[in-house]
Every structure is written in C-alpha cells, then in structure tokens.
Ligand binder design. Structure first.
Ligand code: APR
Ligand code: PHB
Length: 391
C-alpha cells in the first residue's frame, strides 16, 4: 500500500492535517489505535483561541462550530473573596475564545474526512515506523489481524504524548525539556446549566477550582487534587463540597449542581520535544509537547503545528522546496514556548503548592491584585489567552 503522507493518530492534530492536505490535493492515510466511538467520545478540553477558530472556518470546518460554539469575551478570576473580570473584547481589539469541546472538533473532522473519501483506519495495532531517515519511510501495522505495510513520502506523528512516533527517534537525537507539578486535576462533566456567562478560575485557600462549560445545559468543572488521589476517594458529594467551597467565595453566587456524567483525574505536566523532525518523520501536537491545562492551550497548539506542517508539505510537492520543512520546528516552537510559558504561569498563579509557605501564597495574591488593577498586566493575560500570533 502507498500514500503520500502516513499519519499516526486520529486526534485533532492528525485529522486536521489529513483535511488540510486534502485541500491541497495531497493524499494521506490516518492510522488510529482506538475505535471511532472512543475518539469521538473522549472528554478533553474545550477552549478554542480566535486563531484556531479562524483556521477551522477557513478550512471549511465552521458550520457546527459557529452554530453550537459559545463565544466568550472574557474570564473571571476569583481570589480573596473577590471576583475580577478580564475583558478580552476591550483588551485585545474585539478578540475572544469559543467554547467547543475537543471531541466535537474530532467528530466534525472525522465526518468531513470520510464524506470526502478520506481514509481513516481505526483499531489498528502494532504500529511501527520504518526507515524514517530515508526518502522512503513506511509504517508497519496490523488491521483486522492482517499485517500491513504502508509506504509514504512523509510520516506525521500525531499520536499524542504516549504514542510511538516520538520514541521512534533515536534517543541521542532528542532534545527535550520538562517540568512536573505536585498536583493533579479532577474534572467532572455535569448535566446542569452554566452558573456564569464566563469561565471562572479560582485561587482559594483549599486549592484551585475552575468552572467551565460545554453548552447551555452542560458544565465542566475542575478541582485541584493530590497526585496520588484516585476516583474512589472522590465520591460525588466530596466533589460538590470542594467545588462549592472553592468557587462560592463571593456574596450571592451559587454553583448549580446536576448529574455528574463523567469524572477523571489528569496529572499536570509541561514537556517540549524540540526535535519535531527526524528525516521524513514530523511530530505534531501532544506527540511533541504538552502543557498543563490551566491556560487551555493543548488543542490550540496541536492545530497550530499542523497548519505549519500542511503548508510545508504542500510547498515540497508544489515546488520541491524544503525550506518550510526545514523551518517547521522553529515556526511551531515559538508558539509552543509561548503556550508553555503562559500555561506554567497560570498554573503557578492559581494552584496551592504543597511545599508553599505563606510567602508564596501572598505573592500569588499580590499578582492577582495587580492583574485586577493594571491595564498592561490584564492586557498581557488577555493577549495570551485569546492566542498570541507571532509574525
Ligand atoms: N498508533 C495509532 N494511534 C495512536 C497510537 C499508536 N501507536 N498511540 C496513540 N494513538 C492515538 C490516540 O489514540 C489518539 O487518538 O493518537 C491520537 C492522539 O490524539 P491526541 O492525544 O488528542 O493528541 P493531538 O491530536 O496532538 O491533540 C492534542 O489532545 O490531549 C489533548 O490537551 C491535549 O488538547 C490537546 C490535544
Ligand atoms: C475545559 O472547559 O475543559 C477547560 C477550560 C479552561 C481550561 C481548561 C479546560 O483552562
């Protein structure tokens, strides 16, 4: 079997890459280890930057996003029994964010690719990359019990943080940087209307909490928990107790409860593999970098990568030009490191660190007070949140 670009992983990165390449008339095959049902229902983040929304609309993927996505023009910070709004609209010349679940982006991409005759193979196993530093790389895998070999011009490793693509690069060629955090997030999806018209990020003496949403009838809430916590230790009533005490810190505001339909714990980590290319293998999205979710950057960075990659591969087919392929990692990494810094900063500002003494906690409040008063500090947060575009 042959294709032009073999893509590992049907997450947002792999699927959008396949779609953008198809718009340029370039063929690809997407290989995914999970089922279609699994990837379409996996609950993940849900904040799209303005840049990401523009990219999806330009690529013809805006229909449901524009109908069902919830446009937000700010966020609220809660601390010291006060609430402060950061107004993106005013601070960034009318820019904003759109709340639209990652699995909705994935559903739109899968249906668009399949309707256009695109090839996505679900439930594949034993994926193994061959000859990636030659001009004829290939992918060995098993589908329906049959061993296959897919010959390609390029391989795109879009298989997430735990995929096999990054580990196919020789260890001595990898340049990577990381940081772990001494806490995790417990997230719940709830059948209840939002209690606020904006997302609320709370720094409370008991730890961080976030009130987010998916639709007029579904909310998504998170609380900081211990790294070694498991779901058995968090029955619904304990989750509600923590959410109420961390979020209801201002007079007259109550969090609306509802049925919890999903509950999960996610560790927090920052990681960047700067080696985003090895020969004919290109890494994109979580395969190359992850951020803690506090800045809502993960999916946006993944989609930013593949917009650069599709342009670079297109330039190669059109004019035989290697330039954009050579610059691929540098172009992505400027955005990646901006996202890494912002996510680390939001995480440091809002969480309770187990080792903190009161000095550190007071510094957080001092910074939150400054953010509330200073136009330039608020503008910096707003610019980063809606997505900073380097020229
Ligand atoms: N072979 C084939 N597919 C694989 C393999 C493998 N060996 N390993 C992993 N996959 C698949 C996963 O099942 C998943 O569907 O690759 C896909 C990777 O998708 P994501 O993890 O969603 O990564 P990405 O597309 O880069 O999107 C990044 O996802 O984790 C969130 O916060 C993150 O929002 C960000 C986004
Ligand atoms: C979410 O809605 O899942 C969400 C929102 C904002 C974040 C992280 C996650 O910072």
């Amino acid at each position: 079997m042959q294709t032009q670009v073999g893509i590992i992983g049907a997450g947002p990165a792999g699927l959008l890459l396949s779609h953008l390449l198809a718009l340029h008339g370039i063929n690809s095959v997407v290989l995914e280890s999970r089922s279609r049902e699994y990837v379409e229902n996996r609950v993940r983040a849900g904040v799209l930057e303005q840049r990401t929304v523009d990219l999806l609309i330009q690529a013809g993927l805006g229909t449901r996003l524009q109908q069902e996505g919830m446009q937000h023009h700010g966020i609220e910070l809660r601390f010291s029994n006060k609430a402060h709004r950061i107004n993106f609209n005013e601070l960034t010349d009318g820019k904003g964010i759109t709340i639209y679940g990652q699995q909705e982006v994935v559903k739109d991409l899968i249906s668009t690719r399949l309707a256009a005759g695109g090839e996505i193979q679900f439930n594949v196993s034993a994926v193994c990359l061959q000859k990636i530093d030659s001009e004829n790389p290939s992918i060995e895998y098993t589908a329906d019990g049959v061993n296959q070999n897919l010959e390609c011009d390029f391989i795109a490793g879009c298989d997430g943080f735990h995929g096999i693509s990054r580990s196919s690069i020789p260890t001595n060629k990898i340049s990577s940087f990381d940081r772990t955090y001494p806490f995790a997030w417990l997230g719940v999806l709830v059948n209840a209307p939002p209690s606020s018209d904006v997302l609320i990020y709370a720094n409370s003496p008991d730890g961080f909490a976030l009130h987010s949403m998916r639709s007029p009838t579904v909310t998504r809430n998170y609380i900081q928990c211990s790294l070694d916590d498991n779901l058995d230790g968090w029955p619904d009533d304990r989750v509600w107790q923590a959410l109420h005490s961390r979020l209801e810190t201002i007079e007259g505001w109550t969090l609306i409860e509802g049925e919890i339909t999903e509950k999960s714990i996610t560790p927090m980590r920052s990681y960047v593999c700067e080696t985003m290319r090895h020969g004919r293998l290109f890494l994109a999205g979580d395969a190359a970098h992850i951020v803690p979710p506090t800045g809502a950057k993960g999916m946006n960075l993944a989609l930013s990568d593949v917009s650069y990659l599709s342009e670079a591969i297109n330039a190669w087919y059109l004019a035989g030009s290697e330039e954009k392929l050579i610059n691929y990692a540098d172009n992505c990494l400027r955005h990646v490191w901006r996202g890494e810094h912002f996510s680390w900063h939001m995480t440091s500002l809002l969480h309770k660190f187990p080792s903190d003494n009161q000095f550190q906690a007071r510094l957080q409040i001092a910074e939150l007070e400054f953010l509330s008063q200073s136009n330039s500090a608020s503008t910096a947060l707003a610019e980063n949140y809606v997505g900073y575009k380097f020229n």
